[in-house]
Design a protein. Sequence first.
Lengths: 348, 349
Amino acid sequence: MDTTVKNNQALLEVKNLQKFFPIRKGFFRRVVGQIRAVDDVSFYINEGETLGLVGESGCGKTTTARCILRALKPTGGQIFFRAQAGQIVDVAMLSRDEMRPLRREMQMIFQDPFASLNPRMNLFDIVGEPLLVNGVKSRQERTERVAELLRLVGLPPEYMQRFPHAFSGGQRQRIVIARALALHPRLVVADEPVSALDVSVQAQALNLLLELQQELHLTYLFVAHDLSVVKHITDRVAVMYVGKLVETAPTEELFYQPRHPYTAALMSAVPVADPRVRSQMIPLQGDVPSPANPPSGCYFHPRCSYAIDICQTKAPTLKGLSPNHFVSCHQAELELAGIGQADSNQRN
Amino acid sequence: MDTQTTPLLSVRNLKTYFYLDEGTVKAVDGVSFDVYSGQVLGIVGESGCGKSVTIKSVLRIVEKPGRIVDGAMLFRPQKKNGRGGSGESDDFIDLVKLNAHGKQLRSIRGAEIALIPQEPMAAFSPVYTVGNQIIEAILLHQDVNKQEARQMAIERLHEVGIPSPERRINAYSWELSGGLRQRAMIAMALSCNPRLLIADEPTTAIDVTTQAQVLNLLRSLQQQHGTSIIFITHDLGVIAQMAAYVIVMYLGSVMETGPVDDIFHNPQHPYTKALLKSIPSVQSQSRTFLPTIEGSIPHPFNRPSGCSFHPRCLEFMPNVCNRRTPSLQPVNDRQSASCFLYHDAAEED
């Protein structure tokens, strides 16, 4: 896959995206503070590429995904999307009506296939609904398309009249994927698409996503917390911490040569499925701070073992180490150990 | 300490069935294993494999329509010689035979066998403080007064690495973060010095960095106290890092058992082999197709005949695997597997 430098091929470019949620208190629901769920996040995704968005719960990765799809209205920043026609649109500030024609180009795969399928609709209605909404009125035409979609995701079209309860978790996720693909989207935002699935079924779903990407030339924004899955499926990865982007790099580079201490800690915390490799588990002290009341300077400094004075006062900005490796750290020149190097872990 | 010869808990041919209107679900169907003192035993399996029902059976907290229909669970309790006595009695108690609500079982549950549940948010009551609940457990099982119990609770909270435990003891569970809540849960489980700790997916609800903290904590506490742990998870990475001995379960039966190194580097059962290949590893090649296990886990009502894995098995032998149910047999001097590849079907009854 193409992991080259940022170019005009970018299908999506997010610039300084912000999403604050007000904290209201008292009788008049006065705004007393802001939860800075997403704060100044910038990244891009090239066409046909998979970008992984990782971080721990509450870091703002899902909020970012939702802003891109305009399920939420961003507080600030720009989201440039290159529409089918070729023009570049700033999705961030579009109105509901202006957004509608773009919706068919960006679709979402949800986390929990047990919650995202209406139990009272059969497969034809579920997968066919986006078609109906977007003007495919003929039932014949819809039936054909739904059958095609079901075949595409590996389900027999005869199942069309069945209801979600008749399907296992893995099959349901296939239905969710079929629905997302109904309108030939170009960008698919997958929010933890395999985390609700069993281990033996996860591999099937991941293979399907890879297969569909090659076949339909899809672009994925893959939101996940499972780093093994992210390592497996993505071309590039962006790491978030308390609403900020801390590092973004090509997958292999990020996993083997992380430059942000948080990324390194995250990598080291992954339990390796091999008893002969003892995970190093760089212990992080304390807990993830609240985005309503983040620490001063670099948000990671209270937990960072490399923190120096400047980290407490000045928030670092994202700087490029190479054309496609960006890190937000005052000490980005440090060489940190990546994944699977637990045995020969040396710190410079 | 004690030798590896006599197990602390020996589960033999345990069968726990659920009698529902639609039919009988054989959630646990003939499971046997031993837990030795100071050992971490990992039970790994996907949803519906019966790992949670197994440990619920051990604790005798299987919910109604479920019932233990057969088997024995022999537990070697502590000698009752007052507080601090750590002598072991030689008599086994069969947990299956005890009254689930009886005095004897209640004196074991919580005191000698403790549970770390999966969801600490759901396990703690939100209307009592964390300290309140830990103190209650201590008062129930130990001969101390309230003041001493409170002091012990604070010590426990300190031991599991909760900062300023004197203050946190008065906190409610919803005031604590996920990691602290799980630590408090561990403190509660350890409050009575159990000999066997059952950890039921203790880290699935929390993030990786917190998971690393909790796993490190469990490991060091285990080494300090020599507690035996039954560690249940579906995460093969966690099992590889935590367990010494592994049991692989599928649809209520044990598929394979063995030391952790052999299970991961020399798996015998086709299910274990396929499962290990199908997990994306951080060390594997990116963006390649993973070998998968075909199909999905069957619904418990229509369990396949014969070996329950045969419809998904790559090494399926027609007329053997679909007709007869294999039993767990030694494959080599360390591992056992229930598969006809390793023992003759004719030997089975």
